[in-house]
Design a protein around this ligand. Structure first.
Ligand code: NAD
Length: 484
């Protein structure tokens, strides 16, 4: 496979929160990889902004260390790092103050694409948007990139949207959901809409159910106090799993164009039915000798926040009526694995007899680890002995099918940042999508909060609470195992 690096226009990318964890771990290593692949224009500039008083050289040194830490060995050389750091600059700006904006403005060029990445707490989004406007740093084509969490509920999401809309038009706002930047997620669209094979079967008549699992092995780590106010529903379902569900369930857009795609996703969210109480299972992990209990991790013995959630969802439309979508996500589970499973229906009649071994087709789309797709089909078991059937995988792991370069797919962040520079919003959430997702999630959350429902305990290293398994068992179905 020949890799195709599509050049981008030269840019000034300003990262508010340039010294923070996300910038050091994801954004700058992602940009470094783009630099190394030859995609970063000679004249591109990346300007870190934060509150600390720091010389540009010190910032470069800090980021150099971050690259050593977060870019795999063998994918960085001292030369590459030095070359990349030469693109970096630093300006001290307190988003809430008046200092530094003028200096920052002086560094920006009229002829370059101008983007501001808000890698700071959402409480500062409004201040930065106002500051950029007031100090004359933004023009009509300036782009802003905002991070999750985009709101805590519908009301706060509306406030955030309104705070940005005062100064920026929707076509300038890039709300990141890094799940949409994953290669496989985009491949889901390629598979659905680039083949004739799947789409005719892609509905309730032929699909029995859909499963989406995002399982993590880590606990809440250092984010305990933030996480305890949020929980798995707000932190993962409302945004990431909802976005995946949209791409599976949406109607074919008329073209692969930002608004055409996002219009279709919005219709999916709006078609979600209210969730029945017994279709929600929440859990909280209990530790063991090796790891702490959730309540100790968050230092809140009375916490009723879920570190795991499973839901059975229904879409009220012609395509999907009758096909449930089971979604689950949690921390401290058995393996780190994200996967979408499309389980097709059994053949209406088996000419080979009931015990011939025929199984329903299954398409599994793995987001991690080993991104790829796996379609299980039934064939005849080779050899004599009559017509015995087996189901075998048609494995489509990219690295195997397309050669080793395909395993060098860009990380979600680097792809999305380059989309910002190109001005392509297709893989970013529109404001109305985010609000619709909260409008759906809020009553689900209110239902358990109003009842003071406590999450069920589950063992660290397990597949989640027993009840989440029962959510499928009672329908005569089962989850695919959480395993690598
Ligand atoms: P962080 O606390 O590590 O960094 C925050 C940055 O903001 C620092 O550079 C700090 O100097 C800067 N800052 C704080 N107040 C400022 C002010 N008044 N003016 C200018 N700069 C100021 O946070 P983080 O983990 O990097 O997260 C940044 C954002 O990204 C948050 O909204 C977070 O929720 C989101 N996010 C983080 C991660 C992650 O993995 N860290 C993942 C997803 C989303």
């Amino acid at each position: 496979m020949v890799s195709r690096i599509i050049p981008v226009d030269t840019f000034d990318l300003v990262i508010f929160g340039g010294t923070g964890d996300l910038a050091r771990r994801k954004i700058l290593p992602g940009l470094f990889r783009r630099y190394r692949s030859g995609q970063m224009p000679e004249a591109a500039r990346i300007i870190g902004v934060a509150r600390s008083d720091m010389a540009a050289d010190d910032f470069r040194q800090q980021i150099g260390q971050a690259l050593e830490e977060f870019v795999e060995e063998g994918k960085r050389s001292a030369n590459d790092i030095a070359g990349f750091l030469a693109h970096l600059d630093y300006v001290r700006v307190d988003a809430k103050g008046t200092d530094g904006w003028g200096e920052l403005k002086g560094k920006l060029r009229d002829e370059a694409v101008r983007a501001f990445y808000f890698s700071v707490a959402p409480g500062l989004f409004g201040d930065i948007a106002r500051g950029l406007h007031k100090h004359g740093l933004a023009h009509d084509e300036t782009r802003i990139v905002v991070e999750k969490p985009f709101g805590h509920d519908l009301e706060s999401a509306k406030e955030l949207n309104a705070g940005l809309a005062k100064y920026f038009d929707e076509h300038q706002v890039y709300r990141i959901d890094h799940y949409l930047g994953k290669e496989t997620v985009q491949n889901l669209m390629a598979v659905r809409f680039g083949n004739i094979l799947f789409e005719p079967l892609w509905n309730a008549q032929f699909i029995d159910h859909v499963q989406i699992t995002v399982a993590e092995t880590v606990g809440v780590g250092g984010r305990g106090s933030y996480y305890d106010k949020s929980g798995a529903m707000r932190d993962m379902i409302q945004n990431h799993l909802m976005q995946l569900l949209c791409l599976i369930a949406m109607e074919p857009p008329s073209k692969f164009d930002p608004d055409a795609v996002r219009d279709e996703k919005l219709k999916v969210i709006r078609a979600l039915e209210p969730v029945a109480k017994n279709d929600v299972v929440r859990g909280q992990y209990v530790g063991n000798d090796a790891v702490a209990d959730y309540i100790d991790d968050v230092e809140n013995p009375d916490s009723a926040t879920e570190s795991f959630i499973a839901l059975k969802l229904h879409l009220a439309n012609w395509r999907w009526a009758g096909t449930p979508f089971y979604v689950r996500t949690g921390k401290r589970l058995r393996a780190r694995m994200s996967e979408i499973v499309i389980r097709f229906k059994e053949t209406p009649h088996s000419i080979f007899g009931a015990d011939s071994g025929s199984k329903a087709n299954e398409l599994a789309i793995r987001l991690q680890p080993n991104e790829g797709m796996d379609l299980r089909v039934t064939i005849k078991e080779p050899g004599p002995g009559g017509m015995r059937l087996v189901d075998v995988p048609l494995d489509m792991t990219f690295a195997e099918a397309l050669g080793p370069e395909a395993s060098e797919v860009p990380d979600a962040y680097e792809r999305l940042i380059m989309d910002v520079i190109r001005g392509n919003q297709t893989l970013f959430m529109r404001g109305d999508e985010v609000e619709a997702a909260w409008a759906w999630a809020d009553p689900v959350i209110a239902a358990w909060e109003d009842n003071n429902d406590k999450p069920r305990a589950y063992d660290a290293g397990s597949s989640g609470p027993e009840d989440s398994l029962a959510l499928l068992h009672r329908d005569g179905r089962r989850w695919r195992e959480i395993k690598v």
